[in-house]
Design a protein around this ligand. Structure first.
Ligand code: XMP
Length: 514
């Protein structure tokens, strides 16, 4: 077992959407965990000395022909097990319980009645809200199992065999809607598996650095830096592992925010002393984008040109063995890699072509959620400004200029956007508004300045609060902050004579204007 705390829990993935969420909750409780397929052999599992195993949920019915099954020998291995949802049903079926299909799905917040006279539910209220999502249910617990919880439609909402330390819950303790889910997972880890809980995020960084060192050996790695937190953290981990054998390529397409290109260079070249190639490709991108107004066309051109520039630079390095990417877990699940069902494809995964001749890909952040990536970033001394950088789209300012893109328009937008960001930070709102930016609307309108009539640009300000960027609400920025931003932009940025604030939520509008 290769981790600093010397204790680990195994999460067996039965194809559910929540395997990584379970892992994340376990990490939050300071226990190291690994996710492996339900196909992992019992002998392999025994050889790793896991303190416990959690079976994830899954989309199947145990009665489907190719439904994932668990080897009954696992239940006699002396390792505590917690089965969740499908994992609970698979456990019941494997050791003599009965699983039945209901005609109705039980979905959402459900009142569950608990027997809390056992280690798993010790301290849990006798009635607590839990999140359910299932059609099949355990109708009869296996021999030697006690029913530990019930709900209106679930005769066995949870069951346990205290002697063998086998437990199962039909509900999902890992999701936020389960009121005492964290306590239940904590009980499993500490009261059932007797974990000590001494694992911390800095151990993750250390472990990854060691792993990368072993994987790369004396070979070389190239990494595409965008200035975003994911690629930055991935690059710093690889750099700590192999130093100058890593080369980072930063393609500056000229569509970044004001001074951003220089800031990226400053951090990675000066602070981390990395091998950094900054490609100043502004002219190249602007030439390709000349007279293009259609947003999807802009995206396509920028995406293709980006790959071309990256490839050219990578080829100049001669033969490079590995490509490092800042893929994080939400990118992976959205692309349907692993056991989970496909939801949608995502532009970050496999964004670079694999025909440049790399022998392998290094993705040290593949298992982490965004906030965990930020925590690792801070552990690695990456400046807070970069770690907390708000999401910024790959095509950059190109999709914040409505219509065609010129150098002049870029300058106006960069200046207006910089003032907006500065004032939001001064007002202490930069962490509570999740994304905020200026848009050059392409509208010109009449104004009056001094004694003269003007006919100039309209800048729109957009600020949103959101948890997942799939839906969003417009941020209630105080009027006096908006007033100051408006005054400053009009006074300091030439060719802007009107400022509007976007008060549309998503849906129906998207966050970006294009
Ligand atoms: P929308 O505008 O779809 O944006 O509500 C949701 C989130 O995605 C970002 N976004 C992009 N990111 N390439 C990216 O890398 C894109 O083409 C792109 N379009 C939108 C957007 O900034 C927001 O965070």
């Amino acid at each position: 077992m290769m981790n600093a705390s010397n204790e680990a829990v195994l999460i067996m993935d039965f194809g559910g959407q929540y395997s990584q969420l379970i892992a994340r909750r376990v990490r939050d409780l300071h226990v190291y965990c690994e996710i492996k397929s339900y196909k992992t052999s019992v002998s392999d599992i025994k050889s790793k000395n896991y303190k416990g195993i959690i079976f994830s949920g899954g989309p199947n019915s145990v009665y489907e022909e190719n439904a994932p099954k668990c080897d009954p020998a696992l239940f006699d291995a002396g390792i505590p097990i917690l089965g969740i949802c499908y994992g609970a049903q698979a456990m019941a079926q494997a050791i003599g319980g009965t699983v039945e299909s209901s005609t109705v799905k039980e979905y959402g917040n459900t009142v569950v009645n608990f027997n809390n006279d056992n280690p798993l539910f010790s301290g849990i209220k006798s009635e607590s809200i839990c999140w359910m999502s299932h059609t099949d249910y355990i109708s009869k617990a296996p021999e030697n199992f006690k029913i530990l919880a019930t709900s209106k439609t679930c005769p066995v909402a949870a069951m346990g065999d205290e002697n063998r330390k086998l437990y199962a819950t039909q509900f999902h303790p890992e999701v936020q809607h389960t009121e005492q889910g964290n306590e239940i997972l904590g009980n499993f880890l500490f009261k059932v598996c007797c974990c000590s809980g001494d694992w911390i995020m800095s151990s993750f960084a250390k472990e990854q650095i060691e792993k990368i060192r072993q994987q790369v050996g004396d070979k070389t790695v190239v990494c595409g830096l965008s200035g975003g937190v994911d690629s930055s953290v991935a690059a710093v981990l690889v750099h700590k592992a192999i130093g100058k054998k890593l080369t980072c390529i930063f393609v500056d397409h000229g569509l970044l925010r004001k001074n951003e290109g220089d800031e990226v260079e400053e951090v990675f070249r000066k602070q981390f002393d990395m091998n950094l190639i900054r490609v100043n490709a502004q002219d190249r991108f602007l030439t390709k984008l000349a007279c293009v107004s259609e947003p999807e066309e802009k995206r396509k051109i920028i995406g293709e040109e980006f790959i071309r520039v990256f490839e050219e630079e990578a080829k100049k390095l001669g033969s490079v063995d590995f490509l490092c990417q800042g893929t994080i877990y939400p990118d992976v699940v959205e692309s349907g890699i692993g056991e989970a069902a496909v939801i949608k494809s995502h532009h970050n995964v496999g964004g670079l072509p694999d025909d440049i001749g790399f022998t392998g890909i290094i993705e040290p952040l593949r298992d982490l959620f965004k906030d965990e990536v930020r925590r690792v970033g801070l552990e690695l001394d990456i400046p807070e400004k970069l770690v907390w950088r708000q999401p910024f789209p790959g095509p950059g300012l190109a999709i914040r200029i409505i219509g065609d893109i010129t150098n002049e328009k870029l300058d106006i937008l960069k200046d207006a956007d910089a003032i907006f960001r500065e004032e939001i930070a001064l007002a202490g709102l930069d962490r509570s508004i999740h994304q905020y930016f200026a848009v050059l609307t392409g509208i010109r309108s009449v104004g009056v300045m001094g004694d003269g009539r003007t006919y100039d640009n309209t800048i729109a300000l957009r600020g949103v609060t959101t948890t997942d960027f799939m839906t969003a609400d417009w941020a209630r920025i105080p009027y006096d902050v908006l007033a100051k931003i408006s005054n400053r932009i009009i006074n300091e940025v030439k060719h802007v004579n009107r400022i509007v604030y976007d008060i549309t939520s998503k849906p129906p509008a998207t966050i970006e204007w294009e």
